[in-house]
Design a protein. Structure first.
Length: 540
């Protein structure tokens, strides 16, 4: 039996436009739908460059948005039969031909989330706003409720990344270009020495700096006596040094100069004579100062920063740092070095008995030096402890924050898909749950990843590093200017798009401090600053 029932009916407005109706209810004004749409779009907050409309209707709202703003316009709608009726009754040529317009037809929640994650760049577009076509949304409320939840989930992820980028974007850029110019060209051989000459045993231990580490030191000493390969977070390094435990490798990912404090208080390591140099895995976006530390051999790696990936292209080891903390990066390092059994210490991901870190970490001497009558040591520890709100307590021994829980869940997610056996030492922090049923990465994919790590080694000539910066500077200068009411990214060719992507974290920092700038002004300022920064590095 053929269903001939119509989803929409249509009626002409007084101004002559065709207006769709659902069950007799018009989706737009029957007086002047275009004017109604223009009034609504005029209320959009300045700086909003990404608009999501629920419901296509007669297309008046997205059309007004494209005409009155420079925003990217996305329409999400459902019911293919109804959509076919709209397209057979209304001319949407203007929308379809506009490069800033996208239409998601009966899209799943995962596809909506993926689309937003891929296309919404706050540094480029500014704010995002959802505008529902009320009569249309109410007709299929359950579908649009699911779409709204997926949209919000994607926005939360993007916003979290953007917050970090806006805070660290400028620092990342400056650190990377300085490390490329002044350090990596002299130290590439260290990567080869570590990987080929100092491979860890199949059994490895990762040392984090949670409060439980205080009670686990003896067990670590016993593992060290058995020649278990010890990978320390930079935060835990002074604790190990004070207890005369020399790690076999250290990992640091923080781009801030505060990371230097972890090494400043390692007095044991500063007077070492017979232990050799400790490999120090440092992100290429780390402060250049870390690569010059006495007693350490810097081994640069590439993390997720687009400029680091663009420069590296297989020249540097890639370590997954998406977990947002150095313990996660240590797990990536252990995986990269081929560990089969991993012991985990000090990974509490919680505050225990009002204690943030194990005793001996940088925070103790740092606060003791800064204390005075107006800022006693107790007050400094309290401010540090309570700087983020605690989540509802579900255990008498520890407290969690949203960040700490996120770190733990990301760690669990990665540990659950690794081939290595992971043994968590008994502690007082949040329990780490590893679900081996989640293993998803095939051996073929892992083999492919290993092959990618070793490609392009022929580019290791010393001149490559300065040549890269010179070419990179010229590529930034060659990026085209912004044309009004155009999709800037779509105007770029593949090479220009790669170069522009490397600048997005920096652009987030620019937008944070100068939100009043138009996109044209922002890109002009971005190019000026980045080119000047590279020229200073090349000259000095």
């Amino acid at each position: 039996m053929i269903d001939n029932a119509k989803y929409y009916s249509f009626e002409k407005s007084r101004s002559g436009e065709i207006v769709p109706l659902i069950e007799g209810r018009p989706l737009h004004s029957l007086i002047d739908p275009k004017r109604e749409a223009q009034r609504l779009i005029s209320t959009i907050k300045p700086g909003t460059g990404f608009l999501v409309f629920f419901g296509l209707g007669g297309g008046f709202l997205p059309e007004a948005a494209l005409e009155q703003t420079d925003a990217q316009v996305i329409v999400i709608d459902y019911n293919e039969k109804g959509i076919a009726e709209l397209f057979s009754s209304i001319d949407f040529t203007y929308l379809k031909k506009n490069e800033r317009f996208a239409f998601l037809n009966s899209t799943s929640s995962e596809e909506i989330k993926s689309f937003i994650l891929e296309n919404y760049k706050p540094a480029l577009f500014g704010g995002i706003q959802l505008i529902p076509l009320r009569p249309r949304v109410e007709a299929d409320k359950s579908l649009f409720d699911i779409a709204a939840a997926s949209l919000q989930e994607a926005i939360d992820i993007v916003t979290g990344d953007y917050t970090v980028q806006s805070h660290f974007g400028k620092r990342w850029f400056n650190n990377i270009i300085r490390n490329i110019a002044k350090n990596i060209k002299q130290r590439t051989e260290n990567k080869e020495r570590l990987i080929t000459g100092k491979m860890p045993a199949a059994e490895t231990a990762i040392i984090a700096a949670g409060p439980s580490l205080d009670s686990q030191l003896q067990e670590i000493k016993e593992l060290k006596a058995r020649n278990v390969f010890i990978i320390s977070t930079d935060t835990a390094l002074p604790v190990l040094a004070q207890n005369e435990i020399i790690p076999d490798a250290v990992v640091s990912i923080d781009c801030q100069h505060i990371s230097y404090y972890h090494f400043l208080y390692c007095t044991l390591l500063n007077r070492r004579d017979n232990h050799g140099s400790i490999p120090l895995f440092i992100d290429i976006a780390s402060p250049p100062l870390l690569s010059r530390l006495k007693g350490f051999t810097p081994v640069f790696f590439s993390s997720g920063h687009p400029l680091a990936r663009y420069f590296s292209r297989g020249l540097l080891p890639f370590l997954d740092t998406s977990g947002g903390n150095v313990t996660y990066a240590c797990l990536s390092a252990a995986e990269y070095l081929g560990a089969k059994r991993i012991h985990l210490f000090g990974a509490d991901f919680a505050y225990i008995n009002s204690q943030c870190y194990a005793r001996g970490t940088y925070i103790y001497p740092h606060f003791y030096k800064r204390q005075n009558r107006l800022s006693p040591i107790e007050g400094q520890f309290s401010r540090f402890l309570y700087r983020s709100p605690f989540l509802p307590k579900n255990n008498e021994q520890y407290y969690e924050t949203a960040s700490l829980r996120f770190y733990r869940e990301k760690f669990e997610e990665k540990a659950s898909v690794m081939d290595a056996e992971i043994i968590c030492a008994k502690g007082l922090g949040a329990k780490i749950t590893i679900n081996k049923e989640q293993r998803a990465e095939s051996r073929e994919q892992k083999a492919k990843n290993r092959e990618q790590r070793t490609e392009n080694r022929e580019q290791l000539a010393e001149s490559y590093y300065f040549k890269f910066l010179e070419n990179y500077k010229n590529d930034i200068a060659a990026l085209p200017e912004v044309e009004n009411k155009s999709n800037y990214v779509k105007k770029l060719n593949e090479k220009e798009r790669q170069v522009f992507t490397t600048l997005l974290p920096f652009m987030a920092a620019v937008r944070k401090h100068e939100p009043e700038l138009t996109l044209k002004e922002m890109i002009k300022e971005l190019k000026r600053y980045c080119i000047a920064g590279i020229e200073r590095v090349l000259a000095g």
